[in-house]
Design a protein around this ligand. Structure first.
Ligand code: MF3
Ligand code: CO
Length: 250
């Protein structure tokens, strides 16, 4: 069942999402060569706590951290560690969830570490743009797979591939609610979108093949061909007209 949120509930999701956005924005200033993913975790935990929120990922199905930090060929769910230190030319995807007054916001962004290569730059740009192509479809009257198709179409047109094993999702009191929002699909299919639905839309895009494997830690998803992967995510509310992106700092 897809839960329709009231305006009051959407305000709470917006407050949680604002904290996510603030953390992701401030990370832009601290990510660089020599920084460990553990330091990133501590930095974000501090932002979340100071803004009155609580982490939404820690303990979710046993996940051990407040965020996911996925470097280069890691797609999603990389676990922060003192031993993972960023170096010039890396790309890193950070995924954060915050709970505030009982409601969750979910967002992700891929950052360059210092100067990066042309393919890495293009991968980041195409992934971020594909998210906005999907968000454009988040309107009443459209269907879930209109979002999916818009993302897939944009990504494949640009020569990259869409990860199938992980999908976007409804978000609210729970991190993962219905509907699932795949990043690939047939237009004009799937559940109809209505005002009051809140979706976490999150394309994961690979530079090479779309297949992923899970490492022995049981979490970290990596590309099977060892090529780069990027991830962007916004929490978006369906309104009467334009989609409302909630994971923003304004
Ligand atoms: N944004 C991701 C998702 O929606 C993050 C979940 S990580 C987990 O699936 F650890 F909480 F599972
Ligand atoms: Co998500």
């Amino acid at each position: 069942m897809i839960i329709i949120k009231s305006d009051e509930e959407i305000k709470k999701i917006a407050l949680a999402s604002r904290i996510v956005a603030e953390a992701l924005k401030r990370l832009g200033g601290m990510i660089g060569p020599g920084v460990s993913t553990k330091e990133i975790e501590e930095f974000v935990e501090d932002v979340i706590t100071k803004m009155g929120g609580a982490p939404a990922f820690k303990g979710y199905r046993g996940y051990p951290s407040i965020l996911c930090a996925s470097i280069n060929s890691e797609v999603v769910h990389g676990i922060p560690s003192k031993k993972r230190v960023l170096k010039e030319g890396d790309i890193i995807s950070i995924d954060v969830g915050v709970i505030y007054k009982g409601f969750i916001g979910d967002g992700a962004k891929t950052y360059p570490v210092g100067k990066i290569g042309a393919t890495a730059r293009k991968l980041i740009d195409v992934t971020e743009n594909s998210l906005y192509e999907g968000i454009k479809m988040a309107m009443p009257g459209k269907r879930v797979f209109d979002i999916s198709f818009a993302i897939q179409n944009y990504v494949e047109k640009n020569g990259f591939s869409i990860v199938r094993n992980f999908v976007g999702h409804g978000v609210g009191k729970d991190l993962h609610e219905e509907p699932q929002v795949p990043n690939y699909g047939t237009p004009n299919k799937g559940p109809r979108l209505r005002k009051g639905m809140v979706l976490a839309i999150e394309p994961m895009v690979n530079a090479g093949r779309h297949e992923v494997a899970i490492l022995d830690d049981g979490w970290t998803a990596v590309t099977v061909d060892g090529m780069l992967s990027a991830h962007f995510e916004h929490t978006v509310a369906i309104t009467d007209d334009k989609p409302a992106i909630l994971t923003t700092v304004e």
